[in-house]
Design a protein around this ligand. Structure first.
Ligand SMILES: [Fe+2]
Length: 178
C-alpha cells in the first residue's frame, strides 16, 4: 500500500487513547500539527508534528508499556520507519522530541506541569538531561525545531476544540515525501 494511504488509514482506524489523556493518539497528533500551523511553522515542521508519535502505531499498546514500566522508544521506531519516506527536516525533530522533553524538564516549573503519565515515561526515557547533554543538544541544527515540536505536542491534549481531519493533511504529507 502507498505510504500516504497507509498513514491515513492508521490515523482513521486507531482509536486508542493517548497515554493517560482523554484524546486519541490520532487527535493528539492532529492537534500538534494544528498548533504548529497556528504558529506559522514551516511545512516540514507541521508534517513532523503530525507524525511525531507515529511510532506508537507501530509499537504494542503504549498504555501497557507504561504499566509494565518499559520504554518503547517510540521516537526511534517512528524515525526509522518514516525516514524511508520523508525528508530529513520532517523526521529529525521526530527522533529527538523525547530528548527535548528531557531537556525542558530541567526547568522545575516545566517539570511540575507534566502529567502523571508523562512524569513516569520521563523516568523510563532516561530522566532529566545533564548539563553536558543539554549543551550538546543546544548545538544541534535541529535543536530549535525539536523544542518547538515538543511545546506544540504538550499543548495538544484538548477535548473541546474544532478538529481537522487527517484527509486535510494529505497534500502536505505528499509535499514532504523524499
Ligand atoms: Fe506527543
Amino acid at each position: 500500500m502507498n505510504i500516504i494511504y497507509k498513514i491515513i488509514s492508521n490515523f482513521i482506524n486507531n482509536k486508542s487513547l493517548y497515554i493517560g489523556e482523554k484524546v486519541t493518539m490520532s487527535e493528539h497528533m492532529i492537534q500538534t500539527a494544528m498548533n504548529a500551523e497556528k504558529a506559522k511553522s514551516s511545512a516540514s515542521l507541521v508534517c513532523a508534528c503530525l507524525l511525531h508519535d507515529y511510532g506508537h502505531y507501530i509499537l504494542e499498546d503504549p498504555d501497557k508499556l507504561v504499566k509494565k514500566k518499559l520504554n518503547g522508544k517510540h521516537e526511534d521506531i517512528g524515525y526509522e520507519y518514516l525516514k524511508k519516506f520523508f525528508k530529513k527536516d520532517v523526521v529529525t525533530p521526530i527522533k529527538y522530541h523525547v530528548l527535548a522533553k528531557r531537556y525542558l524538564a530541567r526547568n522545575k516549573k516545566y517539570y511540575n506541569l507534566l502529567s502523571k503519565a508523562s512524569k513516569i515515561s520521563l523516568k523510563l526515557q532516561g530522566g532529566i538531561l545533564s548539563n553536558k547533554e543539554s549543551k550538546d543538544f543546544e548545538k544541534q541544527t535541529f535543536f530549535e525545531n525539536t523544542i518547538k515540536l515538543r511545546k506544540f505536542d504538550e499543548a495538544a491534549k484538548k477535548t473541546n476544540i474544532k478538529m481537522k481531519c487527517i484527509i486535510d493533511y494529505k497534500k502536505l504529507l505528499i509535499s514532504q515525501l523524499l
